[in-house]
Design a protein around this ligand. Sequence first.
Ligand code: COA
Length: 209
Amino acid sequence: MFPDLARDDVFRLETARLWLRWPRASDAAAIHRFCSLWEVARFTARMPHPYPPGSAERFIYAAREANASGRDLTLVMTPFKGKRDVVGSISLESRGADRLTLGFALTPEVWGKGLATEAARAVVKTGFGLTSAIEILANVRVENAASCRVLEKCGFAIASTGPLGAPARGGLFECHSFSLTRQSWTEAGVLRRQQLFADRGRVQTSSGP
Ligand SMILES: CC(C)(COP(=O)(O)OP(=O)(O)OC[C@H]1O[C@@H](n2cnc3c(N)ncnc32)[C@H](O)[C@@H]1OP(=O)(O)O)[C@@H](O)C(=O)NCCC(=O)NCCS
């Protein structure tokens, strides 16, 4: 799904406050720290809890393998400022020939600062920019209000609601299935640009003689 550009581990994205880059072996301790926390794992479908020793290393290896093959794109987030430790991860996984699934998790120390939204917007742009995907999907437990909000801020809408399997949680759980189509993402971008030009026009008009 992903082209050569993203299949090399020098690939990285820059947002206002974050680097998004391939995970590497030296990230294992930081990844283990936040993935071990129940508040991080509880709404995820595949993160085991307790988080067994070696899981972070296996996650890193699997992510690098899927990135190198071009099947998925899993990146870790490191802030520009302060300690450069990994504060979260975000992924786009192939679903069939023309769809991607978005997933993300951040350490609670940085929750509520808009970082998940910042990273998700960048990754969505990359997903539509670098692949021919027609839609990005995300499944979220209905109780996970923060994650639903992140997706809404990125333009996703609920396509359906119903029980979905969460192997690491051991059962079926009521989930919203969110969707963002290429078409609605493109239209929203056009609208944003039109709004920007209209705002600039107003500023120029109001500051004129
Ligand atoms: C979900 C998660 C990624 C959000 O990360 P974050 O960096 O705090 O997200 P942001 O700051 O970008 O946005 C969070 C939004 O949710 C809102 N929010 C947070 N808790 C909320 C709650 N209990 N009810 C309603 N809204 C809530 C915030 O106010 C914010 O919206 P706003 O900007 O309109 O105010 C983070 O909580 C996390 O890693 N959770 C554990 C893993 C997880 O659940 N991953 C998703 C699996 S699908």
